[in-house]
Design a protein around this ligand. Structure first.
Ligand code: RIB
Length: 351
């Protein structure tokens, strides 16, 4: 489909090309009615400013846009690094953005990448952005989902199987004798979180032992939210404490560990075992080395970039889902009872 031109927009809106140009560059000098008609025509025709589609068809762009959910999460840093290593082999640079799980920021970055005429987009989406990605693709900008399956198969994706990962994490907790398990995670708009909980529930249902699971919801996948969840658990009467926690990612697990140990009332793993997801570099360095479900983060990034370049070279390629299996990494935080966390600091030093 030939991308719309500024003349198509003018014709659709019933105004001159000059008016369209003014709407794009000096909207304050145009009547509100003309602005509205031109903007409607732009949306209906999928017009891209600066004739980006022509340059994109030539595949001349040397940049790829990469949007991640949380720039402070080392997991995404490792994924981006893998994509960068692959991109540099092809003389391509990465334009990197972080959405902080904010839909408006997600849209802003996609608009920016479109105007910047990137060759393609890698994205770990927060919201359902398939319609927006379809419009990008119609203008010659393919997209590959990272860290998330493309549920309807309309886009290629590279991710880890979070359902299997959740199941493996809780099977491990059950094998170490834990019976009252808390899943700490959220928001549940993030597909990875719901999948990890689903896997955890499969492990509980498959267990021949009497195992309970509860959900302690968080509003983000951060250290602070993990610490807040830990404080909520600590505030319960001791008989209501879980004996194990599966955290939806390592940042939550590190925050939980802070609260449980600094709060001084729980020993990890004696009182409560703790397992995370991602196996970021800080997991092994935690006060009590953290067990985690390792993701092949750099491989995910490299693979996603490679698939994106293949699809820029051949837009007719059928989208494909590449799913890796996570690996269980066992450390002290899920050892059997009897191997306590380190002696509590004389004065609780700042964490
Ligand atoms: O940010 C969302 C989480 O899902 C990350 O910690 C990583 O586990 C991703 O898969």
């Amino acid at each position: 489909m030939t991308p719309a031109s500024i003349r198509d927009v003018a014709q659709r809106a019933g105004v001159s090309v000059g008016t369209v140009s003014n709407v794009l560059n000096r909207p304050g000098e145009v009547s509100a009615e003309s602005v509205q008609r031109v903007q409607r025509a732009i949306e209906e025709l999928g017009y891209v400013r600066n004739d980006a589609a022509r340059k994109l068809r030539a595949g001349t762009s040397t940049t790829v846009g990469f949007v991640v959910l949380d720039g402070q999460n080392p997991f995404f840093g490792d994924v981006v690094r893998g994509a960068e290593d692959e991109a540099s082999k092809h003389g391509i640079a990465i334009l990197y953005g972080n959405t902080d799980e904010d839909v408006a920021r997600e849209r802003m970055y996609l608009d920016l990448f479109e105007e910047q005429q990137v060759r393609g987009v890698l994205i770990s989406p927060y919201s359902d952005i398939n319609p927006r990605l379809e419009r990008l693709r119609a203008r010659g900008i393919p997209a590959v989902l990272v860290d998330r399956l493309s549920g309807d198969g309309r886009f290629s994706s590279v991710s880890v199987d979070s359902v299997v990962g959740g199941r493996m994490a809780v099977e491990h907790l059950i094998e170490t004798g834990r019976r009252r398990i808390a899943f700490v995670g959220g928001p549940f708009e993030i597909r990875q979180v719901t999948d990890r909980l689903a896997g955890a529930r499969v492990a509980v249902e498959n267990s021949t032992e009497p195992v309970e699971i509860e959900v302690v919801a968080t509003t983000a996948l951060t250290v602070a939210e993990g610490a807040a969840a830990g404080a909520r658990i600590l505030s319960r009467p001791r008989r209501e404490w879980p004996d194990a926690i599966f955290a939806a990612n390592d940042l939550l697990a590190l925050g939980l560990q802070q609260a449980l140990i600094v709060g001084g009332r729980m020993l990890v793993p004696d009182d409560i075992a703790l397992i995370g997801f991602d196996d970021i570099s800080f997991a092994s360095a935690a006060a009590v080395p953290l067990s985690s479900m390792r993701q092949p983060s750099a491989v995910i990034g490299r693979t996603a970039l490679r698939i994106l370049l293949e699809e820029t070279a051949d837009p007719e390629l059928i989208p494909r889902q590449t799913v890796f299996l996570p690996e269980l990494v066992v450390r002290r935080s899920t050892a059997a009872r009897g191997s306590s966390s380190p002696a509590k600091p004389a004065a609780a030093s700042g964490f």
